[in-house]
Design a protein around this ligand. Structure first.
Ligand code: ZN
Length: 246
């Protein structure tokens, strides 16, 4: 069964048709939540992509809400750029080169022009997640994952190599990662309405300000698995993104 509903819209500059996809809500039950707020379903991110670069003419435009009449659910009688051609600017996530290409896309967009705070927050959050993608499933490098039988030796070994290489790239770019997070933090503190749940303590934790992270977590009224895990990682002085549920 298809997990998505397709919709269609046109580039406002060259009128090329693009296919978009909406996750069917009733089928979202195997989601993976990470500490930085990224949610994956079937390995695909569930947060809609609001900034689009037209695969035909390169024009950049924003789709805040994919609603009619801007979009249509009726398939147009025209050539259509499939979702994969423009989703995350056509980047291939199966290797670190693709992951770095996504990082560089966001960096270039941020350098090129000035954005209103809401849009800058959106882009800096996606840049943060893109950096974290380099070592997102770091727990998979442990031998435990092989011994638990989650994956074959071949898959585990290959995956391990990619994550360890990703970790090196992450550390190599750590100054840029930190600069982006500090700017995102400043913007979110000024615009609290844009904050995602537990985003601030997570940013402080990833910036290695563990005491500040703990202080904010202590102010959260009800303890959940998420807050407990974040507290644990803060106490260990572990700044790496981790899987909360999955
Ligand atoms: Zn176009």
């Amino acid at each position: 069964m298809l997990k998505y509903d397709s919709f269609y819209f046109q580039c406002p500059h060259c009128q090329a048709w693009l296919e978009g996809r909406n996750l069917k809500a009733e089928l979202v039950n195997e989601a993976i939540l990470y500490s930085d707020g990224k949610v994956l379903n079937d390995n695909l991110i569930t947060t809609p992509q609001k900034m689009i670069m037209c695969p035909s003419c390169g024009h950049i435009f924003w789709v805040e809400n994919p609603v009619e009449p801007f979009i249509t659910y009726e398939k147009p009688d025209a050539d259509i750029y499939s979702w994969n051609t423009w989703r995350f600017f056509g980047v291939n996530f199966s290797d670190n080169k693709g992951k770095m290409a996504l990082v560089n896309h966001y960096k270039t967009f941020l350098k090129k022009s000035h954005y209103e705070p809401k849009k800058e927050i959106y882009m800096r959050r996606f840049l943060w997640w893109a950096y974290n993608d380099l070592h997102r499933n770091h727990q998979h490098v442990r031998l435990k994952y092989l011994l638990n039988g989650f994956m074959s030796f071949g898959v585990w070994h290959c995956n391990r190599k990619m994550i360890l290489e990703g970790e090196k790239l992450f550390l190599k770019n750590h100054k840029d990662f930190t600069d982006n997070l500090q700017r995102l933090l400043a913007l979110l503190e000024k615009h609290p309405e844009e904050q995602i749940d537990l985003e601030l303590p997570e940013i402080y934790r990833e910036l290695r300000q563990f005491d500040k992270a703990k202080e904010l977590l202590d102010q959260v009224g009800s303890r959940t698995h998420f807050t407990n895990e974040m507290l644990r990682h803060s106490k260990w002085k572990d700044p790496r993104v981790f899987m909360v549920t999955g």
